[in-house]
Design a protein. Structure first.
Length: 161
């Protein structure tokens, strides 16, 4: 089960600067993300908020709510929310950062992400595909973490006293 979080102003996709963020609305994007997830065998829950505290609380409670990983696009909080950075650092799940636009090709203040160092990695500038790539990565990662119950039992003979 994967939690996909979108932060400030991302509910305005489709209306907001379409030359930067494209014409797709947030409900359309979320529907696509859920569909990609189910093709990959994941149940995906999408949430968006313009309230920083709500985002922090979703990060805090993700593990206890049964999620295995978080994909997050925090919007502008990316660039200055030390509270979000601390929330990510203080929980146990792998977190992947996604940005629709190439933040490095834009205004100077967008070049730095305060969460990048506490995330597993970042997918930047690839539009909606970035969420798909993040899910694909998580599929491989979570598959590898699964215990392999098909392994033969340990064959080493017990040591004689
Ligand atoms: C964004 C980039 C941020 O700089 C900006 O504030 C956003 C969206 C992106 O997805 O490209 O709101 O995170």
């Amino acid at each position: 089960m994967i939690l996909v979080l979108n932060g400030a102003n991302l509910n305005r996709l489709g209306i907001r600067e379409p030359s930067v963020y494209g014409a797709q609305t947030l409900p359309e994007l979320e529907q696509q993300i859920v569909a990609w997830g189910s093709e990959m065998g994941f149940a995906v829950t999408c949430q968006q908020t313009n309230f920083e505290g709500a985002l922090l609380e979703w990060v805090h409670t993700a593990a206890e709510n049964g999620f295995q990983a978080i994909v997050i696009n925090p919007g502008a909080w990316t660039h200055y929310s030390y509270a979000l950075r601390d929330a990510i650092a203080g929980q146990s799940l792998p977190v992947l950062e996604v940005h629709l636009s190439n933040i490095h090709a834009r205004e100077e203040f967008r070049h730095h992400s305060v969460i990048a160092a506490v995330c597993v990695g970042s997918v930047i500038g690839l539009g909606a595909q970035g969420y798909k790539l993040a899910l694909e990565y998580l599929k491989t990662r979570l598959e590898l973490e699964k215990p392999d119950y098909t392994d033969p039992p340990n064959q080493i003979a017990p040591r004689m006293a």
